[in-house]
Design a protein around this ligand. Sequence first.
Ligand code: APR
Length: 237
Amino acid sequence: MKIDEHITGKIKNARKGFALTGAGISAPSGIPTFRGPNGFWKDKDPFSPKSFRENPQLVWHWHEEMREMMRKAKPNPAHYALTEIQNSFDDFAIITQNIDNLHQEAGSKNVIELHGNIYRNKCNECGKKFGEIRSGEIPKCDECGGLIRPDVVWYGEIIPLYALQKARELVEDCEICLIIGTSGMVQPAASFPLLARENGAYTLEINKEETVITNYLDDSLFGDVSEILPELSKTLL
Ligand code: APR
């Protein structure tokens, strides 16, 4: 697809920006998104501290399944193109809602994980951090004996404060905001591009369809992210 000059012109000379990414950027890697016809939440309630309290083993098992699927997934051309775009800026962060580590595996730096990372774990009682644990049975903390859980943000939990702080700094001072593969349904992430635009940033959405935030943004490119982002990167570099 040819990307309009007026869009590339806005981005070409910018030096500072950020991308907000969602499950859509990893969909071409074979990872289901959360909403939509085959969304991950199609046949299960979203994870929450309540579901973990009620059935910790089941929630651990679901995350093990998710981890297995994500381990097999590889970054797709969209992840690599975003790394190239990031490298063409003086200062460019990636605020991701994804927990699949694919931005890092595609060589992106300065990745702010709003919802954590599926390969990190923590004790549900004392908060001790653990790396990747491969276990069918829910593991126990060697410090306090508490149950270990994935270090991801579930419904009803707060976003890590360092991530919120970083996001706030970016929103207050950036020229460009790319909104990539997110339905814009979850806060506070969905507000970041709108606040950035309030502060003068040019906002460009890349999605296969309109979203609830499309009308609040400057421009949108509709299509497959794994085709659009490489094209955008090519025209910028
Ligand atoms: N190319 C472009 N866009 C795509 C593609 C694709 N190949 N595939 C899917 N999309 C878009 C969909 O149109 C949708 O707008 O990606 C978006 C995915 O939306 P969601 O499934 O809602 O995922 P996301 O926005 O990341 O959800 C945010 O919700 O459940 C929580 O914690 C979870 O981080 C997640 C958060």
